[in-house]
Design a protein around this ligand. Structure first.
Ligand SMILES: NC(=O)c1ccc[n+]([C@@H]2O[C@H](COP(=O)([O-])OP(=O)(O)OC[C@H]3O[C@@H](n4cnc5c(N)ncnc54)[C@H](O)[C@@H]3O)[C@@H](O)[C@H]2O)c1
Length: 247
């Protein structure tokens, strides 16, 4: 039986855990050839043990030289899933210049580097789908203590729309996914780092009108749609998936 991503080659950042990992698995299960990258080779190795057909590569998405080297040996790339991101907790007064630069490097400059390397391949193919992971905490919604995170995630929205507009004629689509709170390892870490983890957990869940967090697999389902030809008429759109947070 034909699968939804048969014949597609996909490149994923931050595929070691959370949304990136769930998406790598979903893409693989739908027939794609998956290149999974992450800065953490331990989690990548676990992914490889679970799914031997997935290619893994340790890659820091903020390292321009390594990205160029890695991408230069990939021929066809049909889908780029830019998942890498870091949550800085705090207001503008908690965010010094180092925090600002780090968040911009990880959350948006990484996408700039990856996309600059992969776009020329897609232009040659006259087809491609780029999917960027933004957040509900962005230009969509202001959330407390998400100052630089929300700023970078809003930048991803401008980035996505610009690329969608510039490369529409090349048959290259660019969309963003804006999740609400999703149950991932880094979310667990944020809860455990709070002064009162039990209360922090309750507060996160209370923010969600549906009264629960999303799962990485739910986000991956949307990613499969955006990666597949089923969404060929969809570009430049920010797809909120947030349990009603943005209503
Ligand atoms: N979890 C949520 O509630 C939530 C909500 C909205 C948006 N997002 C976004 O979804 C994306 C994935 O988040 P998550 O919570 O699923 O994952 P996570 O935070 O649990 O994992 C992040 C992954 O990124 C990798 N990574 C970190 N820095 C890297 C770098 N420089 N180069 C390569 N890899 C690097 C880590 O090793 C890890 O595997 C992020 O962009 C995040 O901002 C998450």
């Amino acid at each position: 039986m034909k699968k939804r991503l048969d014949g597609k080659k996909v490149l994923i950042t931050a595929a070691g855990q959370g949304i990136g990992k769930a998406t790598a698995i979903a893409f693989h299960n739908e027939g794609a050839k998956v290149h999974a990258t992450d800065i953490n080779d331990k989690t990548l190795k676990i992914l490889k043990e679970e799914y031997p057909d997935i290619n893994i590569y340790k890659l820091d998405s903020t390292n321009k030289i390594d990205i160029e080297k890695y991408c230069s040996q990939l021929n066809q790339v049909d889908v780029l899933f830019n998942a890498v991101g870091f949550v800085h907790h705090g207001t503008i007064l908690d965010c010094d210049e180092k925090d600002w630069d780090f968040s911009f490097d990880v959350n948006i400059k990484s996408m700039y580097f990856m996309t600059r390397e992969i776009l020329p391949k897609m232009i040659k193919q006259n087809k491609g789908s780029i999917i960027n992971v933004s957040s509900i905490a962005s230009s969509l919604k202001g959330l407390p203590n998400r100052f630089v995170y929300g700023t970078t995630k809003a930048a991803i929205i401008g980035f996505t729309k610009s690329i969608a507009s510039d490369y529409l004629k090349n048959n290259i689509r660019c969309n963003a996914i804006a999740p609400g709170t999703v149950h991932t390892p880094s979310w667990e870490e944020r809860v455990q780092a709070a002064e009162n983890p039990e209360q922090a957990k309750k507060d996160f869940i209370a923010r969600q009108p549906m009264g629960r967090l999303g799962t990485p697999e739910e986000i991956a389902t949307l990613a499969v749609y955006l990666a597949s030809d089923e969404s060929d008429f969809v570009t430049g759109i920010i797809h909120s998936i947030d349990g009603g947070m943005s209503i």
